[in-house]
Design a binder for this molecule. Structure first.
Ligand SMILES: C[S@@+](CC[C@H](N)C(=O)[O-])C[C@H]1O[C@@H](n2cnc3c(N)ncnc32)[C@H](O)[C@@H]1O
Length: 505
């Protein structure tokens, strides 16, 4: 799909937040209560239609090639003025994609062109190009020289026909590039298809909803609802049907449930799909382990219901959670059932899915980073290792009905790394059980408390001593046992060295 307009929009907000926060400002503006302090705009954002318009690039090197590709993508009629051409430009010339004006810079060429890009490595030539363009009143960009340029090129996320452009007024190109990368990861790959689909419906919607405010409200609901989700999933017919349903003023018969993994607690470890669904849900039914930093990413008007359970403490009964979820979905709500870690690892997600399936209600499962993975990364402990552990076993160290469900003897023989969930409260007991099952007291072990959270702490040792050392560890915490746990110190040290080197560099 050709990009019909060349993006020249610039975001020039200035603030003192981290890059990640800036990213959220760009992407989740409806989460902000008011505008941030704004500097004067250095450049007016424009999207220029260059289709078939003559554009001049002076210079024949790799930078000129890059600019030529950008202009050609916008449909421009490109002429390259240079004595010699980079092989890439030569190839475009041979393919009839652009024209060549041989020889040194010729000021007479300027007046014939809509805009000019100076991509030579000679400052004097670039200065002459800038002066000649100014005199002829042509827009001119001098590559890497914002001061002399009358326009600058932004960093672009291309989902043609949707184009997002980010600029820093030429002050921080690297920041603009990082923001572009983040927007690129965030923006759905089929955003362009969504725009095309909306364009196809534009006229029919005008006819059926003649009042502007009526159309605006309808489109806002549409973009937040199942029709848009169908387009993004490539189901155009289903999208058309959902739009018709909305037009008929009917809510869908049943809503949807999304069983979403929130990861170990750090918002940056959420999947993109989890973030997307969190921002679309009408209601978020969440576990106690999910922190506010993640819940705050939900839609502002979404209802948040804590149905949390903590080992051993009174909590919402599982049947009540299921009833609540089914009731809401039947009423037509889109329910995000948000669970810590992965929803299918020690999370009773299976029971909730069985209930949804039995009720014939639609659902989607979004995996999350499970605590064992987060703890392993925190401590520098590989869960498997070619020579040390042929596998990993996820086991529960606690069960509400207090029955011994874990066959420690079989696990001791397995040669696996053992990832023990919900075991911190019975640490000494579990270590003793493993020793009775045949593991030597010197078997390496580590307890990782609050993995991937700011207060993360690793207690490394062996099953002979860890119970006493880590008895007072913060919760939640996960126990890793096995030869791989001996690498905790080694790899953690390596990482610390790397950090120090990075800081020094
Ligand atoms: C009911 S289970 C839920 C597991 C979750 N579904 C998952 O995939 O990580 C709760 C246990 O997960 C572990 N856990 C959860 N978050 C953790 C974290 N940030 N750090 C260490 N362990 C964690 C603890 O062992 C805790 O007792």
């Amino acid at each position: 799909m050709a990009m019909s307009t060349l993006a020249t929009a610039f975001i020039t907000r200035r603030h003192n937040c981290s890059v990640f926060h800036y990213f959220l400002v760009a992407c989740v503006t409806d989460k902000l209560d008011g505008p941030m302090t704004q500097a004067t705009m250095d450049h007016l954002p424009l999207f220029a239609d260059l289709n078939a318009r003559p554009c001049l690039i002076v210079g024949g090197g790799p930078v000129a090639l890059r600019k030529a590709r950008q202009l050609l993508r916008a449909g421009a009629a490109v002429t390259v003025n240079a004595p010699a051409l980079h092989p890439g430009i030569e190839a475009l010339l041979q393919a009839g994609r652009l024209r060549h004006a041989p020889g040194p810079f010729d000021a007479a060429l300027i007046g014939e062109h809509f805009l000019v890009i100076a991509a030579t490595d000679d400052p004097d030539t670039n200065a002459r190009i800038a002066a000649a363009s100014e005199q002829a009143m042509r827009l001119c960009n001098i590559v890497d020289d914002g001061e002399r340029s009358s326009f600058i090129m932004p960093a672009v996320v291309d989902r043609a026909p949707v184009v997002v452009a980010v600029g820093s007024g030429g002050r921080a190109p690297m920041l603009a590039r990082v923001l572009r990368q983040r927007l690129d990861a965030w923006l759905h790959p089929r955003t362009g298809a969504l725009a095309d689909w909306l364009a196809a419906w534009r006229q029919p919607l005008r006819e059926r909803l003649p009042k502007l405010d009526q159309r605006v409200a309808f489109l806002q609901q549409l973009l937040d609802g199942p029709a848009a989700a169908h387009v993004l999933a490539g189901r155009r017919h289903a999208a058309d049907r959902a739009l018709e349903t909305q037009l008929d003023g009917q809510r869908p018969q049943a809503g949807e449930a999304w069983l979403v993994g929130a990861g170990p607690g750090d918002p940056s470890l959420l999947t993109l799909r989890a973030l997307e669904l969190l921002q679309r849900a009408d209601a978020v039914l969440h576990d106690a382990l999910v922190p506010d930093a993640i819940l705050d990413l939900a839609r502002r008007d979404a209802e948040r219901v804590c149905v949390g359970k903590r080992g051993g403490q009174p909590s919402t009964a599982q049947d009540a959670i299921i009833d609540e979820m089914l009731r809401r979905v039947r009423e037509g709500q889109r329910v995000c059932r948000l669970k810590g870690g992965d929803p299918l690892v020690f999370a009773r997600g299976g029971e909730e899915l069985q209930a949804l399936a039995a009720a014939g209600l639609p659902f989607e499962i979004v995996p999350g980073v499970t605590a064992a993975s987060a703890a392993a990364a925190a401590a520098g402990i590989p869960l498997t290792h070619r020579r040390l552990a042929a596998g990993v076993s996820f086991v529960a160290g606690y069960r509400a009905d207090d029955q011994a469900i874990t066959d420690w003897a079989a696990l001791a023989r397995s040669g696996h790394t053992l990832a023990v969930y919900m075991g911190a409260g019975r640490l000494a007991e579990i270590c003793a059980a493993l020793r009775s099952a045949g593991l030597p007291a010197t078997t390496p072990a580590a307890l990782i408390a609050r993995a991937a959270l700011p207060e993360q702490r690793v207690y490394a040792g062996d099953i002979g001593s860890l119970g006493a050392r880590a008895a007072a560890a913060d919760r939640p915490a996960l126990l890793l046992v096995g030869e791989t746990a001996a690498l905790a110190g080694e790899l953690a040290d390596g990482r610390a060295r790397g950090d120090r080197q990075a800081a020094a560099g």
